[in-house]
Ligand binder design. Sequence first.
Ligand SMILES: *Cc1c(COP(=O)(O)O)cnc(C)c1O
Length: 367
Amino acid sequence: MSLRATRAEIDIPNLYSNLAFFRGRLSPGVRLCLAVKGNAYGHGLVGLSLWAQPRVDTFAVATVDEAAALRSGGIHKPILLLSPHSREEIPRILALDLEPFVSHNDFLADYQHAAEKHGRSLRLHLKVDTGMNRAGVWYDEALPLARQIANGKSLELFGLCTHFASAYASDMIARADTENQLRRFQAILRQLHREGISVPCVHAANSAATLHYPAAHFDMVRIGIGAYGYCDGTGELRPVLSLKTKIGLIKRVPSGAKVSYGGTWQAKRDSVLALLPIGYADGYSRQLSNRGQVWLDGALYPVVGRVCMDQTMIDVSDHPHPATLSEKDVQLIGPEPNAEFIAEQTGTISYEVLTSIGQRVPRIYLE
Ligand SMILES: *Cc1c(COP(=O)(O)O)cnc(C)c1O
């Protein structure tokens, strides 16, 4: 185990509590798929997934490489491949037993060929674009593609899915857009039903839609950010990740001292500063220079000067006992200050704050 002072602690009881919260919102039999793309939203792809495996039904990743890491790490449950893949990756998709999303018919022959080689059928999820205008076949053209897959030898039309663009927002326009997407999706389901094409796994909802649009649950929901504790104001979800380090040096500087690259912060009084062995290479954004706040002994202390690649300075002059701070634990992301707050400070969203946490930061799973 790494002994580096900087680490991301992953609180498994909080993960389980968030998953249970979502389960509690679902009708019996509705499957729960956990999105673990982007290094499990920064929580460690394989480590997090192994802890989650007993409590979820399916996993979702963006790339074949992510799926390969899951399989060799011991994940045996179904894995959805959300993002478009290349033709060359089809043999690996079969070998790893993945379920790709399909938005066009270019690869159907290749899928068939690969499936026959493996002596089994391949489960496909037809992705329908109901209005996000990103991945998926446009809803008007979904039916012919669905027929083609359903009739394809060694192919199984296992899933039908869509993705909402604005389920997280509660304003009237966003609600109307989401309901419009949902109506288009339901229309396709009715058409398939009329034609006698059955699809065992219909799914549409991400975390926000799962909470706000029960009519969008269907057979499975795809939860990401909510499982990690960052969706909506229910007040019941708990951040799972805490990015922490230990103070590496205490330094007294005189009034007027300029700190870090470019001297962008200048002490207005004789000050006590603390050096943190963490920087933007660990995912602590340089945009937090002179702006970030870190949690130490139950209070927030400001980042002073530029955040560097591996080191960051904070001002602890207001701490009651600065002399005692050497090697003290400091929290940079966690319940305090949380990823949403940091995202507001850096002009992004909690997803990006979490997925940016660097590969070199060890993830420690706490039971
Ligand atoms: C990432 C992703 C999800 C999960 O979304 P959250 O907002 O994190 O819950 C669901 N569906 C698709 C297609 C995704 O790419």
